[in-house]
Design a protein around this ligand. Structure first.
Ligand code: ZN
Ligand code: ZN
Ligand code: FE
Length: 747
């Protein structure tokens, strides 16, 4: 007796080959019925013997296609109708649209084989793709995900492509970006008045780069600026034209072997590097790495990535050497993704533009992950990751839009348990990033069809995201910055708390109106209590104190050794020391407990860096020095009640430095002292409150050495340590944390 089931599959199930997969599974079991997309996912009706139906259900739940992310499968019995065979039915456009579109995926092996096969009609075609790979998020303009709702809408398929597209047994069945040299996008090269297309365009770009030129290359989510990574003059020219002083450039290589010539890669790092998401992976640089010193000045690590599109594959094959592949923008501007915009903004910076006529609907920067000690941590979540949803431990009763912080901005839209974070948007104090913020909010709402009922925001009234939230007129939930950091880490681990939350970062507004950043909280998703923190010191000159770490050194030394010693040291670094001391004494400056600013102060004190050209530079360079140093003097924080005072550490380090103790040892000693006091306090709080887990979060925990030291210590004491993996510990994770808190507070 045949039975019939109706299945409803939700999650990332469109644009990932889900319907052909169901088709093959059904036909191979001689089941009848149909499968189709609708605005909420994939719907299947299937009929046959009960055992075969169960086998199909198992396959859907446990062996979906590689790119699918099944969130739920609901099924119910329906009356048999006796259809003739199994078909893929047209998309149902009625109903809601809470389907998640897949992230962009690097070329699969089958497509790479075609790319390399002289007899294939897509031989060397830079836009080859199939249902297992290709662009998704960055070409989608609406849902349901169909060709008409992508930037491929303007390309009519040739007969051969249409046949593939219509064949439910093939790899290109309903592959929306399906294309070939006859009907699809074409490369373009532009240099001065010269214009070339197709293979000639690629050849021209290759010879330009080989000759030491800088070329703008249109990638998956935006333009890159590319040059030969070993050519010092080319890298120097790129730095000068991009107006970027020291911030490291990422390097693209052709394959894992080539990456191994540049970096020390363990298995975990290789897996991240070669994953279809293709992030930039930061890993320890080999001493003999053949790249110009200007690629990543004074750093122990190098960011490497593998080709993220067939075009990059062809470029790397032709050039056969590491290429700098840095975002196509000038300092602080967003990455160019629109062709006309790229021509205007990047044209003057480059010797030529390698572009094409498939538009990018939404910009997505390269994602960045750090591989260290067998662990991978995402620092920037964008291309390849977005818009994959994350699950909230407590589902939202009403849809929440969380607008994040100010720097490394992201926004998150949550409905039920599914939270979708936007790509990295940049720093909102730049007008263009603010525009990107607004379009990201619109894009997320359009893709999900969700209208938020509640807006979650940071407590800082000066953030543009907060101002935007106030303007919506919707009910608001203010979430304290460091509570949001802790919550974002709880989401990753599917926990609700309470836990001990150590949140070390730059600056975030605290509940008392001062600037926090060195906090120990006891927190669950609903609330957070501050139980310990670094000693507060004035931030002399506000933003200037962030750009000029020596100011923080003066402020901290004043606490540690008094006014006279502080100004005496300061005068050796900058003639404005006395004025800065007066500012610090005035009582008119905001105070901060920031751990990030403490790192800055130590870097300045040890002569590592008095002023920075990019955020976090002083701390990154201090970590690089400490990384391979051993031992160093033992200095301890002074703990008074809930205040952690680094005065004895600073006084000790300054004296050691004057005695000539090598800087790497002192940098290491500082890491050791901070790690020790952090673990001591966290363990004490955990024991006093009966808690078993400690979250380490905030931008300072991008520091792998500090993370290793604190986590190792806590684990030895039998505590569970919750670290970030998929969600950035920096402010890129704030919007997710805000969404989790707002959702939990609805219960
Ligand atoms: Zn493919
Ligand atoms: Zn074609
Ligand atoms: Fe923060």
């Amino acid at each position: 007796m045949p039975e019939r089931r109706r299945l409803h599959v939700r999650g990332t199930v469109q644009g990932v080959g889900f319907r052909p997969f169901v088709y093959r599974e059904a036909v191979s079991r001689e089941l009848t019925g149909w499968v189709r997309n609708d605005g909420t996912g994939v719907v299947v009706e299937v009929e046959g013997p009960a055992g075969a139906l169960q086998a199909l259900l198992d396959a859907v739940e446990h062996r979906p296609p590689p790119l699918a992310l099944v969130e739920s499968v609901e099924w119910r019995a329906v009356p048999p109708v006796g259809d003739r065979g199994f078909v893929i039915a047209p998309t149902d456009r009625e109903g809601g649209t809470d389907v998640a579109v897949s992230a962009d995926v690097a070329p699969c092996d089958a497509c790479l084989a075609e790319l390399a096969d002289p007899t294939d009609r897509r031989y060397r075609y830079p836009f080859v793709n199939c249902t297992d790979c290709g662009p998704r998020y960055t070409i989608v303009t609406a849902v349901p995900y169909d060709r008409a709702a992508t930037t491929m809408a303007g390309f009519g398929m040739c007969a051969a492509c249409q046949t593939e597209y219509d064949d439910p047994t093939g790899r290109r069945f309903h592959a929306q970006p399906n294309a070939c040299p006859a009907c699809g996008p074409r490369l373009r090269w532009q240099r001065g008045a010269a214009r070339l297309t197709a293979q000639a365009a690629l050849d021209a770009a290759v010879s330009c780069i080989a000759g030491g030129g800088v070329v703008a290359v249109k990638g998956v989510g935006g333009y890159h600026l590319a040059c030969d990574a070993a050519a010092e003059h080319a890298v120097a020219a790129l730095r000068a034209r991009k107006q970027r002083d020291d911030k490291p450039f990422a390097v693209m290589v052709g394959d894992v072997d080539a990456a191994r010539q540049l970096c020390e890669l363990d298995d975990v790092a290789v897996a991240a590097l070669a994953s279809p998401r293709r992030p930039v992976v930061l890993a320890p640089r080999r001493p003999d790495a053949d790249v110009a010193p200007q690629v990543a000045p004074r750093l122990a690590e190098l960011g490497v990535m593998l080709p993220s599109s067939p075009l990059h594959v062809l470029l790397l094959q032709a050039l056969d050497r590491p290429l700098v592949m840095t975002s196509g923008n000038r300092r602080d501007e967003p990455v160019a993704h629109d062709d006309e915009d790229a021509r205007q903004r990047l044209g003057p910076l480059v010797d030529g533009l390698l572009s094409h006529d498939r538009p990018i609907a939404v910009r997505a920067d390269d994602s960045v992950a750090r591989a260290s000690g067998g662990r991978v941590q995402v620092l920037r979540r964008a291309r390849g990751y977005v818009p994959q949803p994350l699950r909230l431990p407590v589902p939202a009763r009403e849809p929440v839009l969380a607008v994040g912080a100010q720097l490394k901005s992201t926004v998150t839209l949550a409905r039920g348990a599914a939270a979708v974070s936007s790509h990295h948007l940049g720093d909102l104090d730049h007008w263009s990033a603010h525009e990107a913020f607004r379009s990201a909010v619109e894009h997320l709402q359009r893709l999900s069809g969700v209208a938020p009922a509640v807006v979650a925001h940071d407590l800082h009234p000066g953030y543009r995201s907060t101002a935007w939230a106030l303007d919506t007129g919707l009910p608001l939930v203010g979430v304290q910055h460091h509570h949001a950091h802790v919550a974002s880490c709880l989401v990753e681990h599917g926990r609700t708390g309470p836990v001990v939350g150590v949140a070390f970062d730059g600056l975030g507004l605290g509940c008392d109106g001062t600037l926090w950043g060195g906090e120990v909280l006891v927190a669950d998703l609903c609330r957070a209590d501050r139980v310990a923190h670094l000693a507060p010191v004035p931030l002399p000159g506000g933003d200037a104190a962030t750009r000029e770490p020596w100011r923080m050194a003066v402020s901290w030394l004043r606490l540690a050794l008094g006014d006279e010693a502080a100004v005496e040291w300061g005068a050796t670094v900058d003639p404005r020391a006395e004025a800065v001391l007066a500012l610090a004494r005035s009582g008119r400056q905001p105070t901060t407990t920031s751990a990030g600013r403490l790192f800055d102060a130590v870097a300045a004190l040890l002569g590592v860096r008095a002023a920075v050209t990019y955020e976090g530079q002083a701390a990154i360079e201090l970590e690089a020095l400490a990384r391979y140093a051993s031992g160093g003097p033992d200095h301890r924080f002074d703990v008074r009640g809930e205040v952690l005072d680094p005065s004895p550490v600073l006084a000790g380090l300054l004296a050691d430095h004057r005695r000539g103790v090598p800087v790497p040892e002192l940098a290491r000693a500082f890491h050791g002292a901070l790690a020790r006091v952090t673990a001591d306090v966290a363990a004490e709080v955990a024991s006093a409150r009966g808690l078993d887990a400690v979250v380490l979060t905030g931008g300072v925990f991008q520091n792998a050495l500090l993370t290793d030291l604190v986590a190792g210590d806590l684990e030895q004491r039998g505590l569970q340590v919750l670290l970030h993996g998929q969600v950035p510990p920096n402010d890129g994770g704030i919007s997710l944390g805000q969404a989790a808190v707002a959702a939990a507070q609805q219960h």
